[in-house]
Design a protein around this ligand. Sequence first.
Ligand code: PGA
Length: 256
Amino acid sequence: MTRRPFIAGNWKMNTRRQTAIELVRQLLNGLNQDVRTEVAVCPPNPYLTVVADLVAGSPIELGAQNLYPAGDGAYTGEVHAGMLTDVGCRFVILGHSERRQYFAETDAFVAEKLQSALAGNLVPIVCVGETLEQRQADQTDEVVRAQILGSLEGLDEVRAAGIVIAYEPVWAIGTGLTATPEQAEAVHQLIRKLLGELFTPEVAAQIRIQYGGSVKADNAAQLLSQPNIDGALVGGASLKAADFLAIIAAAEATLA
Ligand code: PGA
């Protein structure tokens, strides 16, 4: 089973209207119309519509960085799945380590968001990953296992095949430290095995697992050549068109 590579840019709380427009224009200029890799950008909420208009009809898809698991109602400051699809989002990042760290998001809350995303026809990108302390204490496998079990709680086999997982070791995010391809592949293998136990090996073989954490133009090829690394969730390097395009090119090269 070949999984289509998927490169997503997580802009986090960066860009302004004008820099977002320029970045997307450069990406559109540099991207082949027939690119086989799936490509998405996830701008901050205020810029979703402006980016949606620019990427309409192009190979670039749109994602959001979070959602709140409810419908219309009195939830000041929050945004739900129906609003995100309404402005053209196809993806939503869930349970990013920054949300787990700064906003105390638990696996149970991520699982609620996952249900809400799927019910609202969004493709969730569910993030997991260990901290440096946990890796040094040799707890990576159990931490990632618990996060997968908790965050995917209530997910059925039929819907599972369509989700995306992002393995993002916390110590590699924004630090310039990248997991070696071997370190990343080992955890991706573990995740796929676990997904096979939770669902079926056939379903697990369809689920795309991205790596995230200081993915750059110069390390993407090695990471993406690993058999269980199906793409990348890119933070810093997604803010520079040339770097993001080079990462997409590295994904394309795995298809050659
Ligand atoms: P980074 O961020 O590429 O800047 O390390 C990745 C992420 O947090 O998704």
